[in-house]
Each structure stands twice: as C-alpha cells, then as structure tokens.
Design a protein around this ligand. Structure first.
Ligand SMILES: C[S@@+](CC[C@H](N)C(=O)[O-])C[C@H]1O[C@@H](n2cnc3c(N)ncnc32)[C@H](O)[C@@H]1O
Ligand SMILES: [Zn+2]
Length: 280
C-alpha cells in the first residue's frame, strides 16, 4: 500500500513558492500548488521535491539502505524504537508528525503504531530509503534536504522525530506547534565501542544531548532524557551491515569489512540517548 499524497496535503507546502495545494488539480498521487508547480509520486510512492535543484549532499546508496533495512528488521535496535514510541504515547490519535532524516521509516512506523488517523511526513535525501518509508500507512515520503527551509507550514506538527539524522533546529521549531515534542536519538560515546577498532565507524563525541538542549534552549524546554542500552550478538554479516549502513558505507568495501571481522560472532553494545524536548 502506497501512501496517498492527498492525506498529507495539509502538512506540505510547495517547495518552490511556499503556497498550498490546488485541491481540484491535485490527485491521490500528485500535488499541484496554487501557482501550478506540479509534483508526481514516483512509482514506489515517494515524491521528490528536490527536482531541478541538485543538492550537493550525497544520499545513502541502495547498498547502504539495504544494509540498514536488514539490520533494523532483525530487531537489533528495537529497544530504541520502543523508547521513542513510549515518549510519543501521549500524542493525539490524529497526530501530525515529521520524521527528519527518516531513512526507511523504521522508527516512524513504531511511533505511528496503531494510530490509524495519524499523518506523517518522512523527509530524507535518499529516494532509495524513502521507497520503504512510503509503504508505512499514513506516511508521505518526500525527498528533501534538511538544511533547506522545510516544506511544511508553521506550527503544523505535534512532534518532530530525529534519529541519527541532521538537525535543523530553527526549522524544527518553526513547524512544531506550541507544546509539541522534539524527540532526538543520538549515539552515546560507548555506542558500539567494541566494534570501533575493528570496523570503519566514526567516533562519537561525548555530550551530544547536553549540546542539543543548549542549542535548542530558546525554543524548547527539556522534558526527559533516557539512555537505552542494547546488547547485540551479531553474525559477521550482521556486523558488516551495521558498519556499512552508516556514513562508512559511502567508502568502505564490504569484502574488506568481512575479512576484518573473521568468522566469529561479534558481541557489542548499542548505547543511545533519547532526548525529549517540548516546544515553548
Ligand atoms: C544514519 S541514517 C538514519 C535514518 C533513520 N532515522 C534511521 O535511524 O533508520 C541518516 C539519514 O539521514 C539522511 N540525511 C543525511 N543528510 C540529510 C540531509 N541533509 N537532508 C535529509 N536527509 C539527510 C540520510 O539519507 C539517512 O537516511
Ligand atoms: Zn508552487
């Protein structure tokens, strides 16, 4: 089931001119703004708002997205998804959500859960990732660069989710209604520490959640912080997926990674922090 763009019309603005959509010219799989700019959903359900703009950023490749999807589908990071769903449990049944850097929509699906009347926008640079996100019921998957003004109206969403993705705090604050939530998942310094010397992965600086709260201070008050620890026991192929689904996937070679890992299972610990902030 591919999401209907008509369901998300109220949550999106034309990325070219910032106006809303012409209801008679738009359809279930196309958006036409009142100035006539037209965006059609791809066959796989997502819609590309970056047409003709050429972002300088490199989207995740199909191989990175496949690694991410396999790894997440195996449930290794399910405790993080559960923590996020719990943080959002108080949102209304018909909540409007934004997942910034949604990837395959794994975490968004967990938050939406059984809320059939909820609507969400999943923004990501990667069309390959959004093919998956577009299949989550209620989700409009839109290719967009988070560093540009977001194609959503002011005060339009009840919560913004950001899981291991870039944060454009001024824009998150603009699109969130007063009292709405910002839920951010960041890695802790000890995240996958056992793997760092064996695999091509970036180090994680300390104090990410503190920095977030400081940076967001004018617009958001901190509500809760929660550490989520996830013991992982991984087959070598799974550990390779974990390494290659992140930024290292842009340049590392899978065969080399597997050679470094050898044949034994890999024991590691996922350690992330969920920060929940409320829009003032
Ligand atoms: C580490 S992944 C996390 C994806 C997803 N939230 C998850 O945890 O499965 C980071 C995501 O951010 C996206 N991304 C990176 N820079 C971006 C940008 N400037 N605008 C939009 N998305 C971006 C990537 O394409 C990728 O899907
Ligand atoms: Zn327009």
């Amino acid at each position: 089931m591919v999401a209907m763009l008509s369901d998300a019309r109220a949550l999106l603005l034309c990325p070219h001119c910032g106006t809303g959509w012409d209801a008679s010219a738009s359809g279930p799989r196309s958006l036409v703004c009142t100035a006539g700019h037209r965006f059609d959903a791809a066959r796989q359900g997502y819609v590309n708002f970056l047409t003709g703009r050429g972002s300088r950023l490199t989207p995740d490749t199909p191989a990175m997205v496949q690694a991410r999807e396999r790894f997440l589908a195996a449930g290794h990071f399910a405790p993080a998804a559960e923590a996020l769903a719990e943080a959002c449990a108080g949102l209304p049944e018909d909540a409007a959500l934004l997942d910034a850097g949604a990837g395959t929509g794994y975490y968004l699906a967990a938050v939406l859960g059984a809320r059939r009347r909820a609507r969400a926008v999943a923004l990501d640079l990667s069309p390959h990732a959004l093919r998956r996100a577009a299949k989550v019921p209620g989700v409009a998957a839109v290719v967009w660069d988070l560093w540009r003004p977001l194609p959503l109206p002011d005060a339009s969403v009840d919560a913004v989710l950001d899981v291991f993705a870039p944060r454009n705090l001024p824009e998150f604050a603009r699109v969130t209604r007063p009292g709405g939530l910002l839920c951010v998942v960041t890695p802790l310094p000890e995240h996958l520490a056992e793997l760092r010397d064996r695999l091509p992965m970036l180090d994680v600086p300390a104090g990410k959640a503190d920095a977030l709260e400081r940076e967001a201070e004018g617009a958001y008050e901190p509500v809760a912080r929660r550490r989520v620890t996830m013991p992982l026991s991984l087959a070598p192929e799974e550990a390779a997926d974990l390494a290659l689904m992140g930024p290292a996937g842009h340049h590392a070679d899978r065969d080399q990674v597997l050679a470094r890992l050898g044949a034994r299972r890999v024991e590691a610990t996922g350690a992330v922090e969920l920060s929940v902030l409320r829009r003032r």
